[in-house]
Design a protein around this ligand. Structure first.
Ligand code: SF4
Ligand code: SF4
Ligand code: SF4
Length: 299
């Protein structure tokens, strides 16, 4: 006979284990140094090796080979099946009118013909609106401080899609779950660098501890300034009043909007907190009014 203090053994133990397992809280992994990306757009050649490596490693299906008619870029945007997208910002003069066709060209440029390349990806925001908006807890910050979607817990409500100010997350029309870059969580756990960074032939994509990346980025900006590229700056390496720092930040040489990035990203949560307070206050006021009416009717 089992004493109450003895652990259950044999078949009883196995049965108890199976019954209680779903209710046990797992041991979370120990926090590791925060990692991320620093992407130097000035050395990107638009080869799309990073895009292909991401698709290969994550076994993402092809999106077809379609020309948009607007660009040599045929991927067009980040999606549930394209977790990296190399943007081609093509700025060319219109010879017939002498005007530049692109909407945004640095006004001090003498030669307006240029291609700006930028390998876009999830920004792995420190305070991520997608994480804050997710009602099921499917989106987490993992032990590397990367924003990770647990697809099996995602119910496909798309709250995260609406919340992301960078248009990164997309809901898959096949599985119905939301998807985006995982920052190669599986590779990081095995001590490997992300597939996209590994494949980049020009080292435009730097991966590593976020503090080291910031240092690297700032040194590169100083170097570019010394070499006369005075417009070089880092986007997202520090927090602003309306948005947290990004763990995937960029070195740019034109305005963020030229690259399709918000000039001043805004966390929608900052608006929503006021909405929640107003909703609760409105509900309480309605209940109080109802009680007063009931009291008056009875007396
Ligand atoms: S960029 Fe968008 S999807 Fe990525 S962590 Fe930030 S809010 Fe979430
Ligand atoms: S880190 Fe991994 S999942 Fe994210 S874009 Fe690079 S290859 Fe794709
Ligand atoms: S692999 Fe490197 S150089 Fe090629 S498109 Fe991607 S970021 Fe640019």
């Amino acid at each position: 006979m089992l004493e109450s203090s003895d652990p259950p053994r044999g078949r009883l133990s196995s049965l108890l284990g199976r019954l209680t397992y779903p209710f046990l809280r797992g041991e979370p992994p120990k926090p590791r140094p925060a990692t991320g990306f620093y992407t130097d757009t000035t050395v990107c050649i638009g080869c799309k090796a990073c895009e292909v490596a991401c698709k290969q490693w994550n076994q993402l299906p092809s999106d077809g080979f379609n020309w948009s008619g607007n660009s040599y870029d045929n991927t067009a945007e980040l999606s549930a099946t394209s977790w990296r997208h190399v943007k081609f910002v093509e700025q060319f003069s219109d010879r017939s009118s002498g005007q530049c066709r692109s909407l945004d060209v640095a006004s001090n440029e003498q030669n307006h013909n240029r291609w700006l390349m930028m390998s876009d990806v999830c920004k792995h925001c420190l305070a991520a609106p997608c994480h804050q908006a997710c009602p099921t807890g499917a989106i987490i910050h993992n032990e590397f401080e990367n924003v990770y979607i647990q697809a099996d817990i995602c119910n496909g409500c798309s709250c995260c899609v609406a919340a992301c100010p960078f248009g990164v997350i997309t809901r898959s029309s096949m599985g119905g779950h939301s998807h985006k870059c995982t920052l190669c969580y599986d590779r990081q756990r095995d001590g490997l660098e992300p597939a996209c960074a590994k494949a980049c032939p020009t080292q435009s994509i730097h991966f590593g501890p976020i503090d080291e990346l910031r240092e690297q980025g700032r040194k590169r900006v100083e170097e570019l300034h010394r070499r006369g590229v005075s417009q070089a700056y880092l986007y997202g390496d520090t927090a602003s009043q309306t948005y947290s720092e990004l763990h995937s930040f960029y070195l740019l040489i034109d305005r963020p909007s030229v690259y399709g990035l918000p000039d001043s990203p805004f966390n929608p949560w900052l608006h929503m907190m006021g909405d929640y307070v107003r909703s609760v206050a409105g509900g309480l006021a309605a209940i109080a009014a109802l009680l007063v009416v009931v009291f008056l009717l009875k007396s």
